[in-house]
Ligand binder design. Sequence first.
Ligand code: BGC
Length: 747
Amino acid sequence: MALGMLAFTGCQDSAPYRGQDARTTFIDSVLSTLTIEDKAGEMTQLTLDMVCVGKPYKLEEPHRIDTEKLEHVLVDLKVGSILNCGGHAYYPEKWHELIGSIQSAAARKPSGIPVLYGIDAIHGTTYTTGGVLGPQQIGLAATWDTALVRKFAENAAKEVLASGIPWDFSPVLDVARDPRWPRFWETFGESPRLVSDMGVAMVKGYQEGPSPIAACLKHYMGYSRPLSGKDRTPAWVPERQLREIFLPPFAAAIDAGAATVMVNSGETNGIPVHSDHHILTEILRDELGFEGLVVSDWEDIRYLFKRHKVAENYKDAIEMSIMAGIDMSMVPTDTLFPRLLAELVHEGRIPESRLDESVRRILGVKYDRGLFGTGGMPPPLEDYPEKASLEGAAARAALESITLLKNKGQHAIYPEQPILPIGGTGRILVTGPTANSVNALNGGWTGTWQGTDPTYNTPGAPTAVASMREVFGADRIAFSELGMDFDRTDIDAITRNLSPRNTQCAVVFLGEMPYTEFVGNVEDIELFDNQQNLVRAIHATGVPVIGVYVGGRPRTLYDIEAMFDAFVMAYLPGDYGARAIADVLSGAFNPSGRLPFTWPCHPSSHLTHDLKHTELEGDGFKPLFAFGDGLSYSSVNTTGINIISGATASIGDTVEVEVTLENVGNRSSTETIILFSQDRVASITPSVDELAAYKQVVVPAGATATITLAVPTSTLGFIGRDNTYTIEPGTFGLRIKGQETEFELIR
Ligand code: BGC
């Protein structure tokens, strides 16, 4: 029996539906009224295009609901979830209009269950125009500041929820091990530990703030290291490495209470993850105990037969993926899924009890987000948060992310001047293809999927050159505009009259224009020839070159590295990034970012900080910049490392390490102390460095600071030969910036 036009509004708030038992009772009571078709509908997620005027991917402007389609999708097909925008961002008023219509139609479904709306708000409000856009995850990781990241996510949740959306497809918990991969910048970098900590912070920010939304951990798992470097191509990840590198962030974020998980679109070891029972059920449910909702990625159930060729047809693909453990299909543009799924149950190929499991989880998310109380209706527009109250964390994160990787020191012509910060009064040449683009600062998932259309940028957001003018004075800045495709003639025009006599320094904004997913696939990660030639030509004039790299993955630039007098990594810092860069260059802010990945020298030679001893044999591996690198405008020396407790520790104890720092410069500096451990001998080849602990401290000018870091020995294990977590007794090294100590781990 269906509930029939059930008006849920208000019922969630009333007794007896309180607490965990009340939740179960409520969900069971709703579930008991649902037909197989209702359940198949709940497990279906369509894109907004499917209920709007026009065709999917080609909606009529202005985007608006097609009431007939909406009625069909919700009332006839009983669809439980809608996602995405129709191709570009909307103002909050538009979101309210769209979601209001959708939820009104949902109330007319036989079950009356509200729709769960989901969106990719991955660095702030991707798809709500005028909202706060902060750094992309790779920049957030460079802050090493989990409290700030949590605050940033909490603010993002306020705007996403105020737009009427309770579910966010964020954070990305893939671990970035290959800079060719076009979603490198969507991650928190290469260290499983840093990714885990940042992921937990972001999940708590989304889910535990004053305006909570459901987080979605993606893309579970093994997505980020395809052999070819290209998106959604095969990865070979043995179980040991899967568990050692790619699983821990998901495990940590699930422990922190993450509500939902999205599946990896690719294949690992020949098995498309959307059909992998071992990964989706044995590991995720049985081992990690995840009780939340698992959603597929975009069209990925259909792709089991269309692309991966492991299913004969769509129906087989649906059976395969649902039996592997998926709860909801991000279909997103066909209406066959719910019908075929219901048929599979009627034919006895999928037990109805399997649908019940999934629908329970889906109803659970809807219940936890209070949808049965509000009918899923957006909160009143008058309650939309003041932008000024949300900008602080995004702007701060942009500042804290900027990473100074090289600062050569004295200026040849003005010896009283260091290269950075830029002092004096001389003329500053600003050029390079990312100097005058808000899109370049924001990256993909900004206003549009690819983030390339300026129409949907935040009104008034400054470009880098605009902030340079603001901070240094417009008359000091000489700007030469360049697109991405500039050539020798453009370079000649810039350098023709350039000389150290008329120009104090050149700030060259390098990098990439936005992209995501397959659009960002590359054949080669070396920096574009024209950008390298630009640097060469400016350097040849004798004018000091300050490189500012605006981009989400490290492009190699070995041949020109020596030509930079200073080099700054800005990542994709968002709408507040232009000002942050200018404030770092001027010295208004003393940089504190640290690189969350290894920047290779050469395109064909990339390793990560946790490399093995054999990789250091012979010529070894010398990155251009190492994981954890980052300078400030002060000189802070590490003067000592001492074990204060646990010099001989039993497994389970915590080793406490005291590190002393001395700031011999003349500016207060925020230091991130990064402590690496080394298991000297182990039954699985140990890494030279593992990230063991990190801590931030402000060291005032001229001051000495003593900081204690804790290393729980329970975290010093690895995945052993039997594929289980193992901690072996023995000697462990602890290293920080050239200082090293040891302790003994005993049983
Ligand atoms: C991406 C996901 C995203 C989804 C919904 C997919 O193409 O891989 O990261 O959440 O689209 O927009």
